[in-house]
Design a protein around this ligand. Structure first.
Ligand SMILES: Nc1ncnc2c1ncn2[C@@H]1O[C@H](COP(=O)(O)OP(=O)(O)OP(=O)(O)O)[C@@H](O)[C@H]1O
Ligand SMILES: [Mg+2]
Length: 207
C-alpha cells in the first residue's frame, strides 16, 4: 500500500504531542515515507495570521471559534488534502478533538455548531488514527515548569486541566476505531514505543 495516512496527536498541555509528532515523522521518513508535519491552530500562512489575530484581539467565544474554523478550512484545503492526495503521510499536532474539548466542553460552544462546522471543514480529511496522549495534570505542570511555562499553565485551575483530560478520554471511548489512548506520563522513549505499537496494530507499519 502506497497511500499515506493521516495521524493526529491530541492531549492536554505538556502531554508530549509536539515531541512525539516530530519523533514519529523522523521514524516514518527513515522508512522512506514522505511525511508532512503540521499543527493547529496554524499550519498555513493564513492560519498563522489568524492565530496571531486571536492572541492579539481576544475575540468573543463564537468569533474565536469561527476564526479557528476558518484556519482549519484553509489548512485542510491547501495543505492536508493536497499532501494526502500526493500519497504523503500527514502528522498533525492537534486537530478536531482539541476543538471539541477546548471550544466545546470548556468554552461551551454549542456542540451542534461544532459538529456541523467540523463536518464541513474536515470530512474529507478524517484522521486515520488519533493518538491521545494522556497525562495527569500534575505531570503536565511539572513539564510546563521545566520549560519555563508555569505561569501559563497555572493561569487555569487544576480542575480545568482535569476537564481537558476527561474530554479527550470521553472522545476516545466514543470513537475507539479512530482513537488510541497512550500513557504519556512515561519516558519519551517509552511513549514513542507505544506510538510505534499503535501504528503497528493499525497499519502494520513498524515505525
Ligand atoms: N515523555 C516525556 N517525559 C518527560 N518530558 C517530556 C516527555 N515528552 C515531552 N516532554 C517535555 O515536556 C515538555 C512538553 O512537551 P511537548 O512540547 O511535546 O508537549 P505538547 O503536548 O506539545 O505541549 P503543548 O500543548 O503546550 O504544545 C517539553 O519540554 C518536552 O521536552
Ligand atoms: Mg506542542
Amino acid at each position: 500500500m502506497t497511500a499515506g495516512k493521516f495521524i493526529t496527536f491530541e492531549g492536554g498541555e505538556g502531554s508530549g504531542k509536539s515531541t512525539q509528532a516530530m519523533m514519529l515523522a523522523d521514524r516514518l521518513r527513515a522508512l522512506g515515507k514522505n511525511v508532512v508535519v503540521t499543527r493547529e491552530p496554524g499550519g498555513t500562512p493564513l492560519g498563522e495570521s489568524i492565530r496571531e489575530l486571536i492572541l492579539a484581539n481576544r475575540p468573543a467565544l463564537v468569533a474565536e471559534f469561527l476564526l479557528f474554523a476558518a484556519a482549519r478550512a484553509e489548512h485542510v484545503a491547501t495543505k492536508i488534502l493536497p499532501a494526502l492526495d500526493a500519497g504523503n503521510w500527514v502528522v498533525c499536532d492537534r486537530y478536531i478533538d482539541s476543538t471539541r474539548v477546548y471550544q466545546g466542553k470548556l468554552a461551551g460552544i454549542d456542540p451542534h455548531l461544532i459538529d456541523i462546522v467540523e463536518k464541513h471543514t474536515s470530512k474529507n480529511a478524517w484522521p486515520s488514527l488519533t493518538l491521545i496522549l494522556d497525562v495527569p495534570p500534575a505531570t503536565g505542570r511539572v513539564r510546563a515548569s521545566e520549560r519555563g511555562d508555569l505561569n501559563r499553565y497555572d493561569a487555569e485551575k487544576i480542575s480545568y486541566h482535569e476537564q481537558i483530560r476527561e474530554g479527550f478520554l470521553e472522545i476516545a471511548a466514543r470513537e475507539p476505531r479512530r482513537c488510541i489512548v497512550i500513557d504519556g506520563s512515561k519516558s519519551t522513549s517509552e511513549v514513542a514505543g507505544s506510538v510505534r505499537g499503535a501504528l503497528s496494530a493499525r497499519f502494520g507499519v513498524e515505525a
